[in-house]
Design a protein around this ligand. Structure first.
Ligand SMILES: *Cc1c(COP(=O)(O)O)cnc(C)c1O
Length: 356
């Protein structure tokens, strides 16, 4: 069972808006970082968020269906749903989605169609967005933008979670210069979650926080200023006594050196609990840490509950969440980032959205 605290997401969004000192969108790509884009966006919309970012066109279409044209009975404009990967004119089937224009071909196609759009300038990611050569072409020939209704001009930071990295300042300067040459007077969208914490020079008309909304630490190395959002619980199916010398799980990778009590839990890597965590993670049972032993299998995993004598079938343990067991903590155990822990949560969980 995946519990999502929508109240915490809204509180995190408000906190980020206050720190930014200017508006912020909600980034809800990858199904709201695995937590349910529709429910997250509805909660943020009710709190006053008017722009959402998704990655794929299909995500945008699903989100538009979930949000409808706007809050019930409201007379404001429907929220903008911006598709980071862009799409061809008309491909959004009248859902009113906003494409991000990532190269000159996108600019030409959407200018001809008279689209509302966001223009993406690459300033250091070398991933999507107009590169320096295309920016120079556009700066020489701004008529290429005629017909477009640009909501924002944006760029994306590569190293915002490393405040001392020199690329941050380089991207700030490149963006300021290119945006004023290419799209003077157009609103700007700059910082992601971590970028909001880089200070004044990274403020824009619209920040694009994602991870921090969901409780991931946007300031790695310092205390996490965000509220925790996600808790994943799984049920104990069996508790068994094993003897010294018995092995547990595939590959017999774990062997008892003394009698132990083992709880078999109904979740595995098919539920997004990464197999790379085998033998190097823990869960919380009745507030106590219990070590994961043996390999994570597809639908099951095993914990040593010898030190929690009350452990019994039917009880739930906290796989993700709680003190020392946040998505960031779990990521650190297997060499990844909290983002991957959250976005791996599969469709199998029953999601419970609480406290909007
Ligand atoms: C994912 C993404 C964001 C959000 O980044 P976080 O680090 O999760 O805050 C913002 N902008 C773009 C272009 C993105 O791809």
């Amino acid at each position: 069972m995946l519990h999502v605290d929508l109240g915490a997401i809204v509180a995190n969004w408000r906190d980020l808006v206050a720190r930014h000192g200017a508006p912020a969108a909600g980034v809800v790509k990858a199904d709201g970082y695995g937590l349910g884009a529709g429910a997250v966006a509805r909660a943020l919309q009710a709190a006053g968020c008017t722009t959402f970012f998704v990655a794929h066109l299909t995500e945008g279409l699903v989100l538009r269906a979930a949000l409808g044209a706007g809050p019930q009975g409201a007379r404001e404009a429907p929220p903008d749903i911006v598709v980071l990967n862009g799409f061809r004119p008309g491909a959004d089937e009248d859902a009113g989605l906003v494409p991000v224009l990532n190269h000159l071909g996108d600019v030409a196609a959407h200018a001809a169609a008279g689209s509302r759009a966001v223009l993406h300038l690459d300033t250091g990611m070398s991933r999507l967005g107009l590169d320096a050569r295309e920016q120079a072409v556009l700066a020489q020939d701004r008529g290429r933008l005629d017909g477009l209704r640009l909501l924002h001009v944006m760029t994306h930071l590569a190293c915002a979670d490393e405040p001392e990295h020199p690329l941050n300042e380089a991207q700030r300067a490149r963006f300021a210069e290119a945006a004023s040459r290419i799209a003077p007077g157009v609103k700007r969208s700059f910082a992601n979650s971590s970028g909001i914490f880089l200070g004044e020079g990274f403020r824009s008309d619209l920040a694009r926080p994602g991870c921090a909304l969901y409780g991931i630490n946007p300031t790695p190395g310092a205390a996490n200023p965000m509220r925790q959002v996600a808790r994943v619980e799984a049920e104990i199916l069996q508790v068994r006594e094993i003897a010294a010398g018995d092995t547990v799980g595939y590959g017999a990778s774990w062997q008892a050196t003394e009698p132990r009590r083992i709880a078999t839990v109904a979740a595995g890597y098919a539920d997004g609990y990464l197999r790379a965590l085998s033998g190097r993670s823990l869960a919380l049972l009745r507030g106590r840490a219990v070590p994961l032993i043996g390999r994570v299998s597809m639908d099951l995993m095993t914990f040593d509950v010898t030190d929690v004598p009350e452990a019994a079938p039917g009880e739930r343990l906290l796989l993700i969440g709680g003190e020392g067991n946040t998505p960031d903590d779990i990521a650190a155990r297997c060499g990844t980032i909290g983002y991957e822990i959250l976005t791996s949560l599969g469709a199998r969980y029953h999601r419970v959205h609480e406290g909007a």
